[in-house]
Design a protein around this ligand. Structure first.
Ligand SMILES: *Cc1c(COP(=O)(O)O)cnc(C)c1O
Length: 416
């Protein structure tokens, strides 16, 4: 597959593990599991995208925008209607006060927002703290920026993933420049509590850190879990870039319309980079998302509330099935995902189990080690865990749960 000599691979390819020491291209675990699921006919609970599209009133708005001629480059910062809708949404939900002209930037999904924010604000050698496990694009973009990734582990305490704030404090050093936070958190499904966020805000203020937040699951929380943007805490709005997107909220993950909001100087820094990454994107999707965020008739609110309620029910279905198949689960309070521990099944190596599952029972997941840095204590502590998504139709989840039951019948022998 690879024809480049080992020495020609970029630092990023090397540091993110995309090539091995000899220069051979390694498939990501995500691609590997998706291939494996396709080859074995397994139900793919590895990749987190919905198998039912978002609301028809929003897709109709995109179709109408195409037919009305919104098909050429929109303004680099995003169309004014969408920037205004993003600001109005932030005011309505969180009481944030944003100037749509200077404090809102539309991006090609949250992914580009994170990339442009890091490339715009970091210099080589800066250290960036993230939670661990972490969303896979973070490590790659930190490497692209020439910065140093310092992950701080989440640990299971009393049946929930919790943050050790003292560990965050210990991880801060003279080169620390940024906290890159993600809540509701992929892959663990934890929703950082107000007190955890207050402690993180204090660390940021004490050490004059920038904070970048990935809040793409802001509306997908369960059991009354409250999502608190850290930018709403005292002294934080001026140092925080908040990133979200339409993909998860509206079940249109392929539209790739996201946004970055925050103080004008920081947003300008992101915009200068975004200009040369994609310049602009999603012309007909921007007016459709603007309409959805403004939600003049309440239809989007009703859709999102219904989606969260149905996801909570599907979460319960999958969690109960995993437990009855012999896994331990940490019940998530947000996102599309549940992390299941295979140790009670006798499987200590989640990566190995994930590779075996499609052929053994016809279900695919992703090992949590794929979201960790190699060799960290957290990576070792979470080695027996596998992430499964529940953003699939109930019938699909029922079938997956039934298949997973097969693990008990097979016993643990193959899992060692
Ligand atoms: C899905 C996801 C994204 C990607 O968002 P896009 O808007 O599709 O770019 C970013 N962060 C997290 C944590 C995600 O789960």
């Amino acid at each position: 597959m690879s024809s480049l000599p080992a020495g020609r691979w970029s630092e990023v390819a090397r540091r993110t593990g995309l090539v091995d020491a000899a220069g051979a291209v390694r498939q990501t675990v995500f691609a590997e599991m998706t291939d494996l699921a396709a080859r074995t006919g397994a139900i793919n609970l590895g990749q987190g995208f919905p198998d039912v599209d978002g609301p028809a009133h929003v897709s109709r708005a995109a179709v109408a925008a195409i037919e009305a001629g919104h098909n050429q480059y929109p303004p680099g910062a995003g169309i004014p209607a969408l920037r205004e809708a993003v600001a109005a949404h932030a005011a309505r939900h969180y009481g944030l006060d944003l100037d749509p002209d200077t404090e809102v930037l539309v991006t090609t999904g949250a992914t580009e927002g994170v990339a442009a924010a890091l490339l715009g604000l970091l210099v080589p050698g800066d250290e960036v703290l993230t939670l661990e496990p972490f969303y896979d694009s973070y490590a790659a973009v930190i490497a692209l920026a020439g910065a140093v990734h310092v992950p701080v582990g989440l640990a299971v305490e009393e049946g929930a993933f919790a943050l050790d704030v003292q560990a965050v404090r210990r991880a801060v050093g003279p080169r620390t420049r940024m906290l890159l936070l993600n809540s509701p958190h992929n892959p663990t499904g934890t929703v950082l509590s107000r007190s955890e966020l207050e402690a993180l805000a204090e660390v940021a203020r004490d050490h004059d850190l920038l904070v970048v937040t990935d809040e793409v699951y802001e509306h997908l929380t369960y059991d009354g879990a409250e999502h608190v943007p850290i930018s709403t805490l005292p002294g934080m709005a001026g140092r925080t870039l908040r990133i979200s997107s339409a993909g998860k909220t509206l079940s249109f993950t392929g539209w790739k319309v996201g946004w970055v909001t925050g103080p004008a100087e920081l947003v300008t820094a992101v915009r200068t980079v975004k200009q040369f990454l994609t310049y602009t994107s999603g012309a007909p999707f921007q007016p459709a998302v603007a309409e959805a965020l403004l939600d003049a008739d309440g239809a989007t609110h009703a859709y999102v509330a219904g989606l969260a309620a149905s996801l909570a029910a599907r979460r319960d279905l999958l969690c109960e099935g995993l437990v009855s198949a012999g896994f331990d689960v940490v019940v998530p309070r947000g996102t599309y995902f549940v992390v299941a521990d295979a140790a009670p099944l006798g499987a200590e190596d989640g990566a190995r189990l994930a590779r075996e599952l499609p052929a053994r029972v016809g279900v695919a997941g992703v090992p949590v080690s794929a979201f960790c840095q190699d060799g960290t204590a957290t990576s070792a502590a979470l080695a027996s865990r596998v992430r499964f998504t529940f953003v699939k139709r109930e019938a699909v989840l029922r079938e997956a749960v039934q298949r997973l039951e097969g693990l008990r019948r097979q016993g643990t022998s193959g899992a060692r």
